[in-house]
Ligand binder design. Structure first.
Ligand code: IPE
Ligand code: IPE
Ligand code: MG
Length: 226
């Protein structure tokens, strides 16, 4: 029996370096990175073993970036959602954002929520974009929700109150660094980690297929013995 990549999560890193490598502004890399999001999402929506694809798009720490880069990213997100709604519907993809959306402008929040509502009936791939997302922030908000409703604190109740309720099977980071950068800390407890030097704008379906093939052969023990 091989492992199923039911929940694939990706830290899409390397946009800025990709652009700078060719003497362009970092924003050019983000623009190109959005195209990779499209192609990888389309691939996963056709790959029936992948039920959920969670992509790290903007972290709670990314507010430290230059104002102009942040402004560009916000506009890119707004444009992306407006343009992609028809694709989500055509491909039967349900969009589910994770992260603290209250950090965004009300117009961007409305756009994000409208895509979420418009695709709520879709039964294919769940595409989650992590937006103003931090794993620690998510855990804190989850515990606060439980406190407010006087619920008991347990692994199961915390898991259920998180923005992302499903454990990660396969976690990939592009861009050459070997770190988690505050992504899906709770859900990745037993994820298989794959790191590649490929910069996100250059990441291909072919490379994803190779990673999935390796993932399938890993012996996952979850603390037990096989
Ligand atoms: C990832 O690429 C995208 C975001 C964090 C929004 P980077 O912008 O971090 O690109 P590098 O890592 O600087 O090359
Ligand atoms: C992680 O990339 C966040 C996203 C991909 C959105 P960063 O570029 O922000 O991470 P660090 O700063 O290298 O850890
Ligand atoms: Mg980076």
């Amino acid at each position: 029996m091989s492992n199923l990549p039911s929940h694939v999560a990706i830290i899409m890193d390397g946009n800025g370096r990709w652009a700078q490598k060719q003497g362009k502004n970092r924003t050019f890399g983000h623009e190109k990175g959005a195209e990779t999001v499209r192609s990888i999402t389309a691939y996963c929506s056709q790959h029936s073993e992948v039920k959920q694809l969670t992509l790290y798009a903007f972290s709670t720490e990314n507010w430290k970036r230059p104002k102009l880069e942040i402004e560009f990213l916000m506009k890119l997100l707004e444009r992306y959602f407006k343009k992609e709604l028809s694709t989500y519907l055509e491909q039967n993809i349900r969009f589910h954002p994770i992260g603290d959306l209250s950090g965004f402008s009300s117009s961007l929040q409305k756009t994000i929520i409208s895509v979420c509502e418009a695709t709520a009936h879709c039964t294919g791939l769940i595409q989650s974009l992590a937006l103003n997302y931090g794993g620690r922030d998510e855990i804190v908000r989850s515990v606060q929700k439980l406190q407010h409703s006087n619920s008991t604190i347990s692994e199961a109740s915390i898991s259920e109150a998180l923005d992302c309720v499903n454990d990660v099977d396969l976690l990939i980071r592009t861009g050459g660094d070997h770190r988690i950068s505050n992504f899906l800390l709770w859900q990745s407890a037993y994820a298989e980690l794959f790191f590649t030097d490929t910069l996100w704008p250059e990441f291909t379906i072919d490379e994803l297929e190779k990673i999935i093939a390796k993932f399938k052969k890993v012996e996952r023990r979850f603390g037990g013995v096989n």
